[in-house]
Design a protein around this ligand. Structure first.
Ligand SMILES: *Cc1c(COP(=O)(O)O)cnc(C)c1O
Length: 412
């Protein structure tokens, strides 16, 4: 690593590279290596990754089993087109995903947003209608159809008004059982039932729309209403899938099965971009020819890595690991409460501090980085969802940094 010049990387980055949700020139930190739960920066600093690279790296970095899967697949083929051709990594992955979800038909997409686009296409082709029903506070991706079902206030609607279709939004789903909310949801649904192609929600945990947890009764009610009216239910499990909330899928908290499910993020263990849209055989049958087909659909390298990642997940005691992380987050974030903090909440391997005012992202990051931790706060949220492999000691370092950084908030 001696020839890595951090300043050179930073200079080229600022000259040419656009980063997520960032202006043309953004402050970034060059990374040269990632191993286990640690990122090594070009300047030699080591950081414990509290973000699992946006929910994805559940097994940690540089995992020997995932590395071997990539290498083995590479010797056979890196990629072939999926139109008219097929291969073992893709069909094995589809079988595993079907077994895990109880949904028979699998479309392998190249990113989460595309998987949601495909889910919406399936619903439109299935019903001949195009209006969607969702709840406020959601996040479903950055492409146009997905943006239109993101939260209309804290999402990106205001920048793209006129370019987005108008869907039906129920109020924020509540954290506790609330019969009045369920009545309101029911009334709104009944008012629009005849024009709906589908209901789309993130089950139990709303991720990038606000890191909120809501009561399973909302899902149960939506499943009843959609079934009653022949409307499809789309579960966007891209963030919640594969154990993150303490159950394999968010829907499992309510014991429901959706008609369509979107998976992504942790599917390849954070190695490569691949996502999936699944639906029941009946829905697929009625749709017939599905009008979608990305160039890199079913990419063998990504599919082989996903197979290894899912194998590893099923082999590891993920339920106990997530429980242990949940307990560690709860204990470690107890000290985070102070003036300026509105809420501290934990579910599964997700820990959230919600502040009263928006945080200064750079200030928070500099503070936690000095304590050897990588976080990426946004808005009023300082949060962590570490790899499942994180040790108690490393987790305590993450929660310690999160708790300590709230001291910055109350300073005038
Ligand atoms: C991240 C995310 C997406 C979008 O996935 P990308 O791979 O970033 O396109 C969609 N839905 C949910 C719930 C997500 O968390």
């Amino acid at each position: 690593m001696a020839d890595v010049d951090a300043d050179e990387i930073r200079k080229l980055d600022q000259a040419h590279v656009w980063h997520p949700y960032a202006p043309p020139v953004a402050e970034t930190h060059p990374v040269v290596r990632a191993e286990g739960v640690r990122l090594t920066l070009a300047d030699g600093r080591e950081l414990i990754d509290g973000m699992a690279s946006w929910w994805a790296a559940i097994h940690g970095y540089n995992h020997p089993r995932l590395n071997a899967a990539v290498r083995d697949q590479l010797d056979d083929m890196a990629h072939v087109m999926f139109g008219g051709l097929t291969h073992e990594p893709a069909v094995r992955l589809a079988r595993t995903l079907s077994e895990l979800t109880g949904l028979d038909r699998v479309f392998l997409a190249d990113s989460g947003s595309v998987a949601v686009e495909v889910a919406i296409k399936i619903a439109i082709q299935h019903s001949g209608r195009s209006r969607l029903f969702t709840v406020r506070g959601g996040y479903h991706g950055d492409t146009f159809a997905t943006m239109a079902v993101c939260d209309p206030v804290n999402g990106m609607h205001h920048l793209f008004t006129g370019a987005l279709p108008r869907h039906v939004f129920a109020p924020l789903p509540p954290a506790a059982y609330d019969p009045d909310y369920l009545d309101e949801l029911t009334t709104l649904f009944h008012r629009h039932a005849d024009e709906l192609a589908a209901v789309i929600v993130e089950p139990i945990v709303q991720g990038a729309g606000g890191m909120r947890f809501y009561h399973p009764s909302v899902l149960t009610r939506l499943r009843e209403l959609t079934r009653e009216h022949g409307v499809l239910l789309i579960a966007d499990e891209i963030a919640t899938g594969f154990g993150r909330t303490g159950e394999m899928f968010g829907c499992d908290h309510a014991g429901i099965r959706p008609d369509i499910m979107c998976l992504g993020k942790a599917m390849t263990g954070g190695y490569m971009t691949m996502a999936a849209t699944l639906c029941t055989a009946e829905v697929a049958e009625r749709v017939g020819v599905l009008m979608h087909g990305p160039t890199f659909m079913g990419n063998p390298l990504a599919a082989a890595t996903a197979n290894a990642s899912l194998g590893l997940l099923l082999d590891r005691p993920w339920r106990e690991e997530v429980k242990r992380i949940e307990a560690g987050l709860r204990a470690g974030l107890e000290d985070a409460w102070r003036p300026g903090v509105r809420d501290v909440r934990v579910l599964g391997a997700i820990g959230v501090i919600e502040t009263v005012d928006p945080v200064d992202v750079t200030k928070v990051q500099d503070f936690v980085m000095r304590r050897g931790v990588w976080l990426r706060p946004f808005g009023r949220l300082i949060y962590a969802m570490p790899p499942y492999a994180i040790s108690d000691e490393d987790l305590a370092q993450v929660t310690g940094a999160m708790s300590a950084v709230t001291r910055l908030l109350t300073r005038p």
